[in-house]
Design a protein around this ligand. Structure first.
Ligand code: HEC
Ligand code: HEC
Ligand code: HEC
Ligand code: HEC
Length: 417
C-alpha cells in the first residue's frame, strides 16, 4: 500500500510538468512517422491492440509519453518509442495527433465540406457490427453515466465527460476507442500495474463483466439509447458498524457536530454522510494523538474500537446539509486542474469531481463542508500541525498553496453540492 501511494504521488507530481512545452503540430507530423506504423498517420490504430490517439487531449498524450519514458507507465512496445523523444518532440507529436477529430478525420476547418457531402450521399443504414463476446453496451452505459454507489464505483462521466469526451484536459477522451484497449487498461488499473489514484480506486470495484460491458459501450457510445439508472444500480449504502448502537453513543458529539452530524457552528466540521472508513481513521488518529486536537482527544479517549466503528457508521449514514457558500473561479480552476507552474496537484484526482471523495481509498468528501473548517485544515496541513495524512500527501500539496489559494479553494469546495 505504501508503495502504491508513493507511486501515486510521483504520478501526480509528473502531472505538473506535462504542460511545460508548447507543441507544434507541423513539426509533430514529421516526428510521427514511426508512430504511424501502429497508430496510423491520423491517429487511428491500425489494429485493435493499438489505441486510437486521434483527437485526444495533447496534455494527456504528452503526459503518457513521459510516463512511458520514465517507466512509470510500463509497456514494452511504447518504452523504446518514447525513450528517444525529447520533451519538445513529445509536445509536437501530441499537438499533431490532438489536431485530428476523434474519428481520425482532418482538423475541423478542412473537414466540414467533405463531411457534409458524405452524410448526404449515403443514406443507407450501416450493417450491424458483429460482436464476438456477449457484452451488454446498455449496462456499460448505465455504469458509465450513473456509477454504482453500492459497490463504490464513481460514475465515469464525472471525469471522462458525456459519451467519453472530457472537458478536463488531464482526463483522457474515451470516445471512439478500441474496446480491447479500454478493457486492457481497466484491467491494468485494477491490478495496479498502471498507476493512477482515481482509476485504481474506480477499477478496483469493477468485475470482468463490467469491464466487458464498458468496452462494448465505447464501440459507439452515441448509438446506445437513453439509459436510466437501473434498480440494481440505485445506491444502497452498507456500513460495517451498527448504526443504532452508534446513535446511542453519539449523544456527546451532538453539542458541536449536531445530532445528525450537521454542525451548527462553522468552526466545527459537519460529519454527516462522510465516508465511514475515513471517520474511523480520524477517531483512531485523535485517540492515538496522530491527529493532534485537544478537544477531540478528550472526546474519544473513552471510546472502544466498537464504539468508534458504530459511531462512524451512524454519522456516515446521515445526510449532509451542504453549507451555503459563494463559488470561486480561482478555487474551481485549482481544484479541477491544479497549477502546473507551482506544482500543485489537481484536487479532483483524490477528492473526485463532485467533491464526494473516494470511500475505498479513504479520501474524504469535502463538498458542502463549512468553508471555515476547510480553510483551517488546509492551514494545518501547510504548517504541519495536522500530519495524519499517509505519506504526507496533503501536506505536500498544502505547502505550495498561498493564503489566497486556500481562501479560494475553501469557498469553492464549500459551494459544491
Ligand atoms: C509497434 C507499435 C507502436 C508504435 C510504433 C508506437 N506505438 Fe504508441 N502504443 C502502442 C501500444 C501497443 C500501446 C498501448 C500500450 C498499453 O497497453 O498500455 C500504445 C500506447 C500509446 C499511447 C497511450 C495512449 C492512451 O490512450 O493512453 C500514446 C500516447 C502513444 N502510444 C503514442 C505513440 C507515439 C507518439 C509514437 C511514435 C513516437 C508511438 N506511440 C509509436 C504501440 C505503438
Ligand atoms: C475521478 C476521476 C475519474 C473517474 C471517476 C474515472 N476515471 Fe478513468 N481516468 C481518469 C484519469 C485522470 C485517467 C488518466 C490516467 C493517466 O494519466 O494515466 C483515466 C484513464 C482511464 C482510461 C485509460 C485511457 C487511455 O487512453 O489509456 C480508461 C480506459 C478509463 N479511465 C476508464 C474509466 C471508466 C470505465 C470509468 C468508470 C467506471 C472511469 N474511467 C472513471 C479519471 C477518472
Ligand atoms: C466541544 C466540541 C466537540 C465535541 C463535543 C465533539 N467534537 Fe469532533 N471535532 C471538534 C473540533 C473542533 C474538530 C476539528 C479538529 C481539528 O481542527 O482538527 C472536530 C473534528 C472531528 C472529526 C474530524 C472531521 C473531519 O472531517 O476530519 C470527527 C470525525 C469528529 N470530530 C467526531 C466526533 C465525535 C464522534 C464526537 C463524539 C464522540 C465528537 N466529535 C465530539 C469538536 C467537537
Ligand atoms: C493524492 C490524493 C490527494 C490529493 C491530490 C488531494 N487530497 Fe486532500 N486529502 C487526501 C487525503 C487522503 C485526506 C485525508 C487524510 C487523513 O487521513 O486524515 C485529505 C484531506 C483533505 C482535507 C481535510 C478534510 C477533512 O474533513 O478534514 C481537505 C480540506 C483537503 N484534503 C483538501 C484538498 C485540496 C484543496 C486539494 C487540492 C489542492 C487536495 N485536497 C488534494 C488526499 C488528497
Amino acid at each position: 500500500m505504501k508503495k502504491v501511494l508513493f507511486s501515486i504521488i510521483l504520478g501526480l507530481g509528473m502531472l505538473s510538468h506535462a504542460n511545460a512545452f508548447v507543441g507544434d503540430a507541423k513539426a509533430g507530423k514529421a516526428k510521427a512517422a514511426t508512430c504511424a506504423g501502429c497508430h496510423g498517420a491520423n491517429g487511428i490504430g491500425i489494429m485493435d491492440a493499438y489505441p486510437n490517439i486521434a483527437g485526444q487531449h495533447a496534455d494527456y498524450l504528452a503526459k503518457q509519453l513521459k510516463a512511458f519514458k520514465s517507466g512509470e507507465r510500463k509497456d514494452p512496445v511504447m518504452a523504446p518509442m518514447a525513450a528517444i523523444l525529447s520533451d519538445q518532440d513529445m509536445a509536437d507529436v501530441a499537438a499533431y495527433y490532438a489536431s485530428f477529430s476523434r474519428d481520425g478525420s482532418a482538423p475541423a476547418e478542412t473537414a466540414t465540406t467533405t463531411e457534409e457531402t458524405s452524410t448526404t450521399a449515403t443514406p443507407v443504414a450501416a450493417a450491424p457490427v458483429k460482436v464476438e463476446f456477449v457484452a451488454d453496451a446498455k449496462s456499460g452505459k448505465a455504469l458509465y453515466e450513473h456509477g454504482d454507489k453500492a459497490r463504490g464505483i464513481t460514475a465515469c462521466i464525472d471525469c471522462h465527460g458525456k459519451e467519453g469526451n472530457s472537458d478536463v484536459l488531464i482526463n483522457p477522451n474515451l470516445s471512439a476507442q478500441h474496446p480491447e484497449y479500454i478493457e486492457k487498461q481497466l484491467k491494468a488499473f485494477k491490478d495496479v500495474s498502471r498507476h493512477n489514484a482515481a482509476m485504481n480506486q474506480v477499477s478496483g470495484n469493477l468485475s470482468n463483466d463490467d469491464i466487458a460491458n464498458l468496452g462494448a459501450y465505447f464501440k459507439d457510445p452515441a448509438s446506445v439509447g437513453e439509459v436510466k439508472a437501473s434498480a440494481a444500480i440505485v445506491a444502497v449504502k452498507t456500513f460495517t458498524g451498527d448504526i443504532e448502537a452508534g446513535k446511542t453513543k453519539s449523544a456527546t458529539c451532538a453539542a458541536c457536530h449536531g445530532a445528525d452530524g450537521n454542525a451548527l457552528v462553522a468552526i466545527y466540521p459537519s460529519i454527516a454522510g462522510q465516508s465511514e472508513a475515513y471517520l474511523v481513521k480520524q477517531l483512531k488518529d485523535f485517540k492515538s494523538g496522530t491527529r493532534n486536537d485537544p478537544v477531540m482527544a478528550g472526546m474519544v479517549a473513552a471510546l472502544s474500537e466498537d464504539d468508534i466503528q458504530n459511531i462512524s457508521a451512524f454519522f456516515a449514514s446521515q445526510t449532509l446539509t451542504p453549507a451555503v457558500a459563494e463559488t470561486s473561479a480561482l478555487g474551481k480552476s485549482l481544484y479541477m486542474s491544479g497549477n502546473a507552474k507551482e506544482g500543485i496537484s489537481a484536487c479532483i484526482a483524490c477528492h473526485s469531481v463532485n467533491g464526494k471523495g473516494m470511500d475505498k481509498a479513504g479520501f474524504p468528501a469535502i463538498a458542502g463542508q463549512s468553508a471555515t473548517y476547510l480553510k483551517s485544515q488546509l492551514e494545518k496541513f501547510r504548517s504541519k500541525t495536522r500530519t495524519n495524512d499517509n505519506n504526507g500527501m496533503m501536506q505536500n500539496i498544502a505547502l505550495k498553496l498561498s493564503d489566497k489559494d486556500i481562501d479560494a479553494l475553501a469557498s469553492y469546495m464549500a459551494s459544491l453540492k
